[in-house]
Design a protein around this ligand. Structure first.
Ligand code: SAH
Length: 256
């Protein structure tokens, strides 16, 4: 059965220069760009892959955004974890339906959404309430009320402690994750996994030192390199540009 685009759906419009725009379909809504106006009503009821035209004749392709599209286009407060790292983080943290995750900070909610979509139950701490709000509204928009029901965000400083026990996973994206390691050792069950996302290798080193003295084992630090290729006729080669660096991913398990 074709899933048509309906009122309230998120839609990704791609123009002929591959520029991407995200919108929420509304009855009578209009999308304005330098190529004129496109009426939402022309899209409502269309299948994905529809090619509406704007008032000045430019054509677009309309799809539902993937999680990756959404993360790159959603309203942001803080810097987000990029899609290239989100997938690997799911594996390193071993996220599955029903897993109990402590996450800090939540920022714009990119990492939260990724784990929620894999079925996690998350308690998140963030020190800034505007970020907590943004993260919750992004989760609601992209994943809906069921996911929001598995997402508790509290305005708290993770360096002061974690008010939880028997957690399965601790996932950190904040400036000094080593300050959270002793609290994580208390909050996690034996065998639980901790992961930290740190832009600087010096942060990774301090995190690793804290892991070593707080009962964590099997520590590993990796970075994810993603090299895309240009494929067009005989011109087949790696793209000239690549994202050189985002962050280091460090993970370990708590001993019994
Ligand atoms: N992983 C998020 C981005 C996190 S940005 C995403 O993918 O969208 C880092 C966040 O950590 C910010 O929102 C910041 O407010 C929060 N933060 C910084 N120090 C903190 C602390 N001590 N306790 C809790 N949150 C903290």
């Amino acid at each position: 059965m074709t899933r048509t685009l309906e009122v309230g759906d998120q839609v990704l419009l791609v123009d002929n220069k591959k520029r991407r725009y995200l919108l929420t379909l509304e009855l009578g809504g209009e999308f304005h760009s330098h190529t004129g106006v496109l009426s939402h009503d022309d899209l409502i009821g269309s299948p994905e892959g529809a090619t509406p035209r704007s008032s000045r004749g430019s054509s677009f392709v309309a799809f539902r955004p993937t999680l990756s599209d959404y993360v790159l286009k959603m309203p942001r407060g803080a810097q987000v974890v990029y899609p290239k790292d989100l997938g690997p983080l799911l594996m390193l943290a071993d996220i599955y339906p029903g897993v109990r995750v402590f996450e800090s900070g939540v920022g714009s909610g990119a990492l939260s959404m990724t784990m929620l979509r894999s079925g996690a139950e998350i308690t998140g701490y963030d020190i800034r309430d505007e970020f907590a709000e943004r993260a919750r509204s992004n989760v609601q928009t992209m994943l809906g009320g069921e996911a929001l029901g598995r997402y508790q965000v509290e305005i708290r400083d993770a360096y002061d402690g974690i008010d939880l026990v028997d957690m399965d996973r601790v996932v950190l994206d904040l400036p000094e994750p080593w300050q959270v390691v002793p609290h994580a050792a208390q909050a996690l069950q034996a065998g639980g996994i901790i992961v930290a996302y740190t832009p600087s290798i010096l942060q990774a080193v301090r995190f690793r030192e804290a892991l070593a003295v707080n009962g964590f084992e099997f520590a590993e630090t990796i970075e994810v390199l993603n090299r895309s290729w240009h494929i067009e006729g005989q011109a087949v080669r790696p793209d000239h540009r690549m994202v050189g660096h985002t962050a280091f991913l460090s993970h370990a398990r708590l001993l019994g």
